[in-house]
Design a binder for this molecule. Structure first.
Ligand code: FES
Ligand SMILES: [Fe+2]
Length: 337
């Protein structure tokens, strides 16, 4: 099940001294930090009368309910009931669900099933590596993770959704290669016209060769990698956490290397990335609203929709309790960009 995988619920720096409510797979979870600062995750429900614990506070690493003050520790165990005299405290039989919780690379990860299939969450590349710069974005989509992942790894939409900003039509046919990987699939684009827009002009110097790959890392991550021969390198990783059936919280990490002026590039690159993702949010919201009007996803599939079949195959298999069998596969597709 997808719930057996680690999912990001928030950035580490958002969880401080107060309990925090998050929603994952439509389950309401409260996050807190114990006395050592270690993050924990519980169902957001007081053992006594179902009050949301996220409305309470953290006292000495325990979450205290705002209604009658019952305290819950990091394991969900009720540890104090203020209305019972201290000599008669007997809280042992009251407990709420706790979820495995992991902090890594500035994010809090939760495994909702309680049985994480991966020892630790997947990693974002080059975070904290010398010479690299990183910034993060969090974006709420009214879309499924499948449709988000497809969008992040899709080349043809850029000409329309991100017209002028990112790509303009070239009517050039390039070769795209799709390869299955043990943990997903990858699209590679050969001889892609480099100077598609002013953004590309800014991000690389003029004669530089571009290597571009789009990777789906099952079940919930996308990674777009642009490497220019002049050592400039941009990696955009997005992790999709389903909030509920209709919404997905997307945590994007953008890491890049750009000679000496990395910090300066960010002044342009960050607002630009936000603008581009906003265009995708608008598109995917419209797609989902219309899918609802037509009652189902009536999708047509062409070979140029490179990665969707892999995204769907992996996620369906996992949801059905299987892992897709890895068959090394390599397919070339003509793609007009
Ligand atoms: S409802 Fe939480 S202490 Fe009573
Ligand atoms: Fe896009």
């Amino acid at each position: 099940m997808l719930e057996d995988y680690w999912h990001i619920v928030c950035a580490s720096n958002k969880l401080r001294t107060k309990p925090m409510a998050v929603t994952l797979f439509a389950k309401h979870v409260v996050l807190g930090r114990d006395e050592e600062g270690k993050a924990f995750a519980l169902e957001d429900r007081c053992a006594h009368r179902n009050m949301p614990l996220s409305c309470g506070k953290i006292a000495k690493g325990q979450i205290q309910c705002p209604y009658h003050g019952w305290q819950h520790d990091a394991t969900g165990q009720v540890s104090l009931i203020p209305s019972i005299p201290s000599s008669k405290q007997n809280t042992g039989r009251f407990k709420i669900n706790a979820y495995p919780c992991y902090e890594q690379q500035g994010y809090i990860w939760v495994c909702l099933s309680g049985r994480p299939i991966q020892q630790s969450p997947p990693e974002f590349p080059y975070m904290g590596t010398q010479g690299w710069h990183t910034f993060r974005m969090k974006t709420r989509f009214k879309a499924t993770p499948e449709n988000c992942l497809e969008n992040f790894l899709d080349v043809p939409h850029a000409t329309f959704v991100h017209k002028r900003w990112f790509r303009s039509p070239h009517a050039k046919t390039i070769q795209a290669k799709v390869t299955t990987l043990e943990d997903g699939a990858m699209g590679e684009y050969l001889q892609e016209p480099r100077k598609k827009s002013w953004v590309f002009g800014l991000l690389s110097s003029h004669k530089s060769q571009l290597t571009h790959t789009d990777r789906f890392i099952a079940p919930s991550m996308s990674r777009v990698d642009y490497q220019f021969s002049d050592q400039r390198h941009y990696i955009i990783s997005s992790f999709c956490s389903p909030v509920n059936e209709q919404e997905t919280e997307v945590f994007t990490v953008i890491s890049y290397r750009y000679a000496y002026l990395g910090w300066l590039i960010r002044l342009v690159f960050e607002p630009l990335s936000r603008l581009i993702i906003k265009q995708d949010v608008k598109t995917l919201n419209q797609q989902q609203a219309n899918t609802a009007r037509f009652g189902e996803e009536k999708f047509a599939q062409i070979p140029q929709d490179l990665l969707r079949p892999h995204i769907v195959r992996w996620r369906r298999a996992i949801q059905a309790g299987q892992t897709p069998e890895y068959k090394p596969q390599n397919k070339q597709v003509d793609l007009s960009v």
